[in-house]
Design a binder for this molecule. Structure first.
Ligand SMILES: [Zn+2]
Length: 395
């Protein structure tokens, strides 16, 4: 080792110190540093570059003979999961392997074809630092540079919540006794929900429609998919032939049949826009799509839909009457994304005179939006998709 002996000793002391501290009473060490990149460069000399996530300045190196090896110990460090041991058919370096000591120390062993005279230094990087080991032997520029297949962890993303304001444009939806049009109420509540979700860290809401336009049901699903939605919330205002019907309801897709006669009736009404306005008939689904929908019964999307539905419904219960005590299921076309958990919220009955009045009140619209937002956040606190900031922060 050519490195300054004082600093080498200091490093060794640091190494021992941190290992002892981290072992703790339970003897469990948690690595804080990640070896996130490894490169062998054949320049004048053979150089090894180790990229580390933290700038700890801790490393100790020593050589062993018979066979020749260089050992690099990195305290409190783990190897990125995608790295596997490698061997090389020519050059000074025969290969490398590594293992983690229970103290949390990562040991990298470089198997050598000939003795080396290694030295090392740390170089600061934008994040963490790079340990550069100069093997002190001539490199062979003919040999291609070796780069470990280390995938940098992708940046964490936001959870994308698609907000679908029901109806729109030439499709007014249900019409109240005082001529309130469902499409206007759904857009107002949807916009309020958007504004609320936008303020939630780690959440990015997207509107399926943000003006008074007609969007076919399947187009809504397509837009959600294009926006990479993780959740789909369709906002409606119920209508029923029985004018006294009242309260909020939450629906998830049913593949077998509606959970109640009213649900079946409603699904037919909500779906009829496409039939009325010339979209491809829903029962004209391809065999493929039908199969996908059947598969959906077994996969977790429906389960997730029911779960987010439960969370939204329990928030709606807190603000007033709910029509049914649990999430209902019906064959709503707009809920048919096979891979995006989707729910349809019937905020209140526009056909009920009293509820029609409430639906027109900005205060009630805000209360509804708040309840839906809380339900969505409650769901995401348990079930945020992997790779999202919310998932990472879950702890
Ligand atoms: Zn509707």
């Amino acid at each position: 080792m050519r490195n300054n002996p004082d600093s080498a000793r200091r490093r060794l002391i640091q190494l021992l110190g941190s290992a002892a501290l981290l072992s703790g009473p339970a003897g469990v060490a948690q690595a804080v540093n990640t070896l996130s990149g490894f490169r062998m460069v054949q320049q004048d000399n053979v150089m090894l570059h180790f990229d580390l996530s933290e700038a700890t300045g801790d490393a100790s190196l020593f050589t062993l003979t018979n066979p020749d090896r260089l050992v690099i110990d990195l305290p409190d460090t783990r190897m990125a999961e995608s790295v596997t041991p490698e061997s090389f058919s020519q050059g000074a370096v025969k290969g490398f392997r590594f293992g983690t000591h229970e103290s949390g120390k990562l040991r990298v062993v470089i198997d050598l074809r000939r003795p080396v005279n290694a030295s090392f230094r740390f170089v600061a990087r934008q994040v963490g630092q790079r340990l550069i080991v100069d093997l002190g032997v001539k490199g062979n520029p003919e040999l291609a540079e070796y780069k470990a297949r280390i995938t940098e962890p992708a940046a964490l993303r936001d959870v994308i919540v698609a907000i679908d304001a029901g109806h729109g444009g030439k499709d007014p939806g249900a019409i109240g006794q005082r001529s309130t049009r469902e499409k206007d109420i759904t857009l107002k509540v949807a916009r309020r929900l958007y504004n609320r979700l936008e303020k939630q860290p780690g959440v990015k809401p997207v509107m399926i429609r943000n003006k008074d336009t007609y969007v076919a049901l399947r187009e809504r699903i397509r837009i959600a998919r294009d926006k990479h939605a993780d959740l789909f919330i369709s906002v409606h205002a119920d209508a029923f032939k029985r004018k006294a019907a009242k309260g909020s309801s939450v629906y998830a897709l049913s593949l077998k049949g509606a959970s109640s006669e009213a649900a079946a009736w409603l699904a037919e009404k909500e779906n009829e826009a496409d039939a009325l306005f010339g979209d491809i008939a829903l029962d004209g689904l391809s065999q493929d799509l039908k199969q996908t929908l059947l598969d959906l019964a077994q996969n977790s999307t429906l389960e997730a839909s029911l779960e987010v539905g439960d969370d939204v419904l329990s928030e709606l219960k807190k603000i007033g009457a709910v029509h049914k005590p649990s999430v209902e299921q019906a064959n709503f076309a707009v809920l048919k994304s096979p891979d995006i958990p989707s729910v349809l919220v019937e905020t209140a009955f526009i056909s009920n005179l009293q509820e029609e009045r409430k639906l027109n009140s900005p205060r009630f619209q805000e209360t509804l939006a708040a309840a839906i937002q809380k339900g969505v956040m409650g769901y995401l606190s348990k079930r945020a998709p992997e790779g999202t900031r919310l998932y990472a922060n879950k702890g």
